[in-house]
Design a protein around this ligand. Structure first.
Ligand SMILES: Cc1cc2nc3c(=O)[nH]c(=O)nc-3n(C[C@H](O)[C@H](O)[C@H](O)COP(=O)(O)OP(=O)(O)OC[C@H]3O[C@@H](n4cnc5c(N)ncnc54)[C@H](O)[C@@H]3O)c2cc1C
Length: 422
């Protein structure tokens, strides 16, 4: 039976970045990445906006704030080192209602607390920098260090890089069954493997994998669909920056915004509409009745208790599934856009939000759970793409000194003991 010192489940940007870090830190060790799809990056890592976020939104002291600030610089440097296209355009946040004025102030303060450059703009300067954008108060916030990169190219380059380092990236290798006590993984097609230490970076499936290890039973993922539209050239709108609304402080969504990709296409979105399957991209794809029922129950519970302003979010985001309401959100930012300027975009992604069954709320930070022989990355939503490289280092630091153990040895104690989180 093949055996590896480290097994990483999932070849998204996080799994690949972790594999690279493991090989850097433990050059002697064998590292194998198991990916269920035919190639890396078929899910969130290949379907996102590609924005290198600055880190202004996240609570000071949170893992998201720390990793995003470091990650943005490292991801930009990675693009430069590998000659990948990067649009260093910066972004402008505009209030879409006079009620957003205090939140603009909060974000300005938070930017400074998080060590992110941000400057307030008055009405005249906003008009000069971004004539097509509208601010409900006249004020805006300019964040120069936001950029747009190329996730697909990063994934390809990273895959080549880890393979060159000696990592085995195995595609069409879906993890179907895990026996944590004997450290044995059985793949969907029947092959079995053993491991010394496993890292779960399975994105939309990471809670299920964690449960197989007997970890994180209080958590379940809820997918939210990110739909995009494209802005037609007929609109005649030129944007020099990304334009974002000032988001509702209580919710986890950034609101419908513009993203100018490196090829010049202007994307509008994404939404965060509830989905009912882990890969529910279109139609009823991947919707399974028992799980859809569980997701509906969890969503209903949040709605009932109105956790973190969820009722308002459900109302606003739910409507944006429909073109008419999506258009309303766009028009709040860019008043000159007309309904016919919205073109369908093939891009659609799913945000895996982590639901805490105990508190009945969605968690805001990244969650890492571990025990003596496994580590689980849960809720790696935005800005995890931006943060991937420092995130991978953080993950390796959190492991319980795996280098001191020989993984070929049988486990010496209860694998479910010593679980901890951050
Ligand atoms: C619409 C949208 C827009 C976003 N925009 C941004 C942005 O602009 N900036 C930013 O920083 N972040 C953004 N994000 C977030 C970012 O894309 C994700 O946080 C990041 O890609 C997560 O990477 P991952 O490796 O954890 O997950 P994934 O990329 O989903 O990788 C997980 C992998 O695990 C594999 N897998 C699952 N189960 C198994 C199994 N049983 N066996 C083997 N393999 C398995 C999957 O096939 C998948 O390839 C966005 C996300 C979405 C959905």
């Amino acid at each position: 039976m093949p055996s590896s010192d480290f097994i990483v489940i999932g070849a998204g940007v996080i799994g690949l970045a972790v594999a690279r870090e493991l090989k850097r830190q433990y050059a002697w060790a064998s590292v194998r990445v198991l990916e269920k799809e035919a190639e890396p990056g078929r899910h969130s890592s290949g379907r996102n906006s590609g924005v290198l976020h600055s880190g202004i939104y996240y609570a000071p002291g949170s893992l998201k704030a720390e990793l995003c600030r470091k990650g943005r610089a490292e991801m930009a440097a990675y693009h430069a080192a590998h000659h990948l296209p990067l649009n260093r355009c910066g972004k402008i946040l505009v209030p879409t209602s006079p009620k957003d004025a205090p939140q603009l102030e909060n974000l300005y303060r938070r930017a400074h607390e998080n060590g992110v450059r941000a400057e307030k703009l008055d009405e005249a300067t906003l008009r000069e920098l971004e004539p097509a954008a509208r601010s409900a108060t006249g004020e805006a916030l300019w964040v120069p260090d936001t950029a747009v990169g190329t996730p697909g190219e990063v994934l390809k380059t990273l895959t080549q890089e880890v393979r060159a380092l000696g990592v085995e990236v195995c595609c069409r290798a879906e993890v179907a069954k895990i026996d944590a006590a004997t450290r044995k993984i059985t793949l969907r097609h029947g092959e079995a493997l053993t491991f010394g230490y496993a890292v779960n970076a399975a994105g939309l499936h990471s809670d299920r994998i964690a449960h197989e290890f007997g970890m994180g039973q209080d958590y379940a993922l809820l997918p939210f669909k990110g739909l995009y539209w494209k802005l037609s050239e007929e609109a005649g709108i030129r944007l020099n920056h990304l334009i974002y609304p000032v988001p509702d402080a209580r919710t986890l969504t950034l609101g419908v915004h513009t993203t100018t990709a490196t090829d010049g296409t202007i994307y509008l979105g994404p939404t965060a509409v509830p989905a009912f399957g882990r890969e529910h991209y279109r139609g009823l794809e991947s919707v399974r009745l028992p799980e859809a029922a569980r997701m509906t129950r969890d969503l209903a519970r949040m709605f009932l208790h109105d956790r973190d302003g969820y009722r308002q979010q459900a109302w606003l985001e739910g409507r944006r599934y429909f073109r008419r309401w999506f258009f309303e959100a766009v028009r709040e930012l860019l008043p000159a856009v007309k309904p016919e300027h919205l073109l369908p975009a093939a891009k659609v992604g799913l945000h895996p939000r982590l639901f805490d069954r105990k508190s009945g709320a969605l968690l805001k930070d990244f969650i890492i759970l571990k025990n003596s022989h496994s580590l689980h990355i849960l809720g790696a939503t935005s800005p995890a793409w931006t943060s991937a490289f420092p995130f991978a280092r953080h993950v390796c630091e959190k492991m319980d000194s795996p280098v001191t153990r020989r993984f070929s040895d049988p486990p010496s104690h209860d694998p479910n003991q010593g679980a901890s989180s951050s």
